[in-house]
Design a protein around this ligand. Structure first.
Ligand code: NAD
Length: 497
């Protein structure tokens, strides 16, 4: 059987050993209350395992373990080159277990196995390795003082970091936090989404095997309003890093204010505009890219290009090209390596997406393609990619983050109108601009209020570029050396000589 066959992955899924317990102080443990919740696969609604239902008592144990490991200096005071070596060993182990992790990701949240392998595992490995390699190359500062004084500006790890992450890229979002947090010397408590806890739980054992000391990585699965809230309100957590919805990001800032003013860094939602001018270098390429921008990962992407802004003069021609391109994105069994659209993560999200599709029709948009629930695997959650044209930017489908493959097509007359529509949402995560005009590309890139701007492509960038949002898309940056600022405190030490 070849890895290109559905049967290969189905058979491996059948024989997979799945761990659902929490990981505290170097050990897998049940929740203190002994309770569990069901982990269900969206592929076919099958129960995968029981997962620990963590709450306050588990948070207390994990925070104590993390604090003790931090204060002991076993990791926090280890030489950066030592931390680097251990983290590179961690990455090597992730690579060794790549197929198992990809499979866990796919059965747990429904994304295509080909994407789990290439995108999620690829991105995770790049992030852990890049963060490890960076940490022994970063210098502190000496201030320009008079001769009889010495001023030093140094960076210290924050201490105990809680990382709360979403379900759409479970492993990759965890790695965007773990990479810089661990490299900088912090002890971490990772809280995966209740919808996709399995890869985070597996990761903990690999971290231990690589030599990351007990207490430095802890994983607490469970519900956001229970264990997530307990962490956010905890008095002994120094920094809270979050990726998830804007609504919860706001709530976390309230929790921090109600507790110990822990630093809160959030990477939140988006409703990104993809702006196509008639002078785009190649309209066929732009259409292919526009389809991928909202179909990839079932549209469950923070940066999904869900608002397509087309210059009026090419409206009909370009919509036809996009609809053609969308036809190549077809829901199928996520375990089939040929599938490019998998299952929606769970019933709640499935109903939410169908609800927005109904709202689009009711509010007067034209359904140009898709919009149907389909069932390539019995009992699973699948929806065909959906394009709405004749959308007004005031409609719900144009303003709200749906987190599914639903595209709103809008038109504009000139640059000024394109900018006005692009910026007219509460979000500011990403934007695409398609034009051959060099000056226009620069002017538009400056005018759009977004943390990432892509010209004549969608989703460009690598570990060297920071990633994060303007406005209500968040306040922090993942990736690149900028990420380290979330995981370090700055100290000024001034000496009289
Ligand atoms: P969510 O906000 O519902 O949940 C995110 C995490 O927060 C989960 O682990 C959840 O259990 C936890 N949580 C929920 N309620 C909580 C509470 N009261 N206290 C503490 N923790 C709580 O988001 P989601 O549905 O898991 O993920 C989708 C969202 O994530 C989308 O809005 C998407 O745009 C965003 N996202 C953003 C980025 C980015 O980098 N900006 C990347 C991926 C996803």
């Amino acid at each position: 059987m070849s890895k290109q066959d559905l049967a290969y992955w189905q058979q491996r899924a059948e024989t997979l050993t799945i761990e659902g317990r929490a990981f505290i102080n170097g050990q897998y443990v049940d929740a203190v209350n002994k309770q569990t919740f069901d982990c269900i696969s969206p592929i076919d609604n099958r129960k995968l395992t029981d997962v620990a239902y963590c709450e306050q008592a588990d948070a207390d144990l994990a925070v104590t373990a993390a604090r003790q490991s931090f204060d002991s200096g076993v990791w926090s005071k280890a030489a950066p080159a030592k931390r680097k070596a251990v983290m590179l060993a961690f990455a090597d182990l992730i690579e060794l277990h790549k197929e198992e992790l990809a499979l866990l990701e796919t059965i747990d949240m429904g994304k295509p196995i080909a994407d789990s392998l290439a995108v999620d595992l690829g991105g995770t490995l790049r992030c852990i390795r890049w963060s490890a390699e960076a940490i022994d190359k970063i210098y502190d500062e000496v201030a320009p003082t008079p001769d009889n004084e010495l001023g030093m500006v140094t960076h210290e790890p924050c201490g105990v970091v809680a990382a709360i992450v979403p379900w759409n890229f479970p492993l990759q979002m965890a790695s965007w936090k773990l990479g810089p947090a661990l490299a900088a010397g912090n002890s971490v408590i990772l809280k995966p989404s209740e919808k996709s806890p399995l890869t985070a739980i597996k990761l903990a054992a690999l971290a231990k095997e690589a030599g990351i000391p007990d207490g430095v990585i802890n994983v607490l699965p469970g519900y956001g309003h229970v264990i997530g809230k307990a962490l956010a309100l905890h008095m002994d957590i120094d920094t809270l890093v979050f990726t998830g919805s804007t609504a919860i990001a706001k709530q976390l800032m309230i929790y921090a204010g109600e507790s110990n003013l822990k630093r809160v860094w959030s990477e939140a939602g988006g409703k990104s505009p993809n702006i196509v001018f008639a002078d785009a270098p190649n309209l066929d390429d732009a259409a292919q890219s526009a389809a991928g921008a909202f179909c990839f990962n079932q549209g469950e992407v923070c940066t999904a290009g869900t608002r397509l802004l087309i210059e009026e003069s090419i409206k009909d021609e370009f919509i036809a090209k996009v609809i053609n391109a969308v036809k190549t994105w077809v829901p199928g069994n996520p375990l089939d390596p040929k599938t490019n659209v998998g299952a929606i993560v769970d019933q709640t999200q499935y109903e939410r997406i169908l609800g927005y599709i109904s709202a689009g029709k009711e509010q007067g948009a034209t359904l140009s393609t898709g919009g149907e629930a389909v069932e390539p695997v019995k009992n699973g959650y699948y929806i065909s990619p959906t394009v709405f044209s004749d959308v007004d930017n005031k409609m719900d489908i144009a303003q709200e983050e749906i987190f599914g493959s639903v595209l709103s097509v809008l038109t504009f007359k000139d640059e000024a109108e394109a900018v006005a529509i692009a910026n007219d949402t509460p979000y500011g995560l990403a934007a695409g601009i398609w034009t051959s005009n060099f000056s226009r590309a620069h002017k538009m890139a400056k005018a759009v209020r977004a943390g990432s701007v892509w010209v004549n492509q969608w989703d460009g960038g690598d570990m060297t570029a920071p990633f994060g949002g303007f406005k209500q898309s968040g306040n922090g940056r993942d990736k690149s050396h900028h990420a380290f600022s979330k995981y370090t405190e700055i100290k000024a030490t001034w000496m009289k000589l």
